[in-house]
Design a protein around this ligand. Sequence first.
Ligand SMILES: Nc1ncnc2c1ncn2[C@@H]1O[C@H](COP(=O)(O)OP(=O)(O)O)[C@@H](O)[C@H]1O
Ligand SMILES: [Mg+2]
Length: 257
Amino acid sequence: MTRFIGIISGKGGVGKTTCVLNLAITLTNFGRHVVAVDGNLATPNLGLSLGIPSFKIDLNDVLDGKGDITNTAYRHISGLMIIPSDIKYKTAGSHNFESLKNNIKLLKDRTEIVLVDSAGGINEEARGVIKAVNDVIVVTTPDLNAVTGALKSIAFAEENGANVLGVIINKVRGESFELSLQNIETILEKPIIAAISNDKKVLESLGTKQPVAYAYPNTAIGKEFKYLASKIIGQVYEDGSGELKEVKLEYSDFFAK
Ligand SMILES: Nc1ncnc2c1ncn2[C@@H]1O[C@H](COP(=O)(O)OP(=O)(O)O)[C@@H](O)[C@H]1O
Ligand SMILES: [Mg+2]
């Protein structure tokens, strides 16, 4: 059984690509078979973030009928499998979103989890991803602009038939001017499945091309991604032993952290 999960947001720059990469690497480290797909076709970042600007065959070729998606996955040294998109401008406008869904579904039973990175907002491109998956996770930062956008994204996802698994609050600084997690949960009426700190190492990782979950798995932010990953597979990550245990997910067990 393959799970198809889209990572969406109300606006750009909140951390979707960062979450896709680090979540996929962490799940891979947990022994799960995961494929991260770059569904942000207009401005793809997955390959670039790993230091690989272009590929022999990519998702754009597949959507153009020039390749088979099941032959388009690449393995990074972290173990992470990605299906990248083309960074060139010439391919940016020519997407067939119906074909995205049909192609992504071909990954069924070939992997355990397909994580699809998406464009921000509620455009045709984001809708293409939402229609290609069953579940979505919404990423926001703890400010009213992003949370208001997230509210729209949640409605948009549900209107397009996706189940909203929960919300990731990213770039949390713990400052008094930020919206509190409880506040955000009240506004969005969806469970918060993780809070990820604002951490300079994430920016550094863009320079070194080594995502924090790969370069620094045992730092505070590495553990935050472990906590998130464990929730997605219905287990609990126990800091210290690093052991995973089966646990029933509850609406607000985040707050008991
Ligand atoms: N937790 C974080 N701490 C610090 N910087 C972050 C964090 N998450 C993302 N960033 C940075 O914010 C910028 C936007 O992140 P990105 O994942 O590309 O967002 P999106 O895919 O939603 O547009 C990038 O420069 C990224 O390195
Ligand atoms: Mg992105």
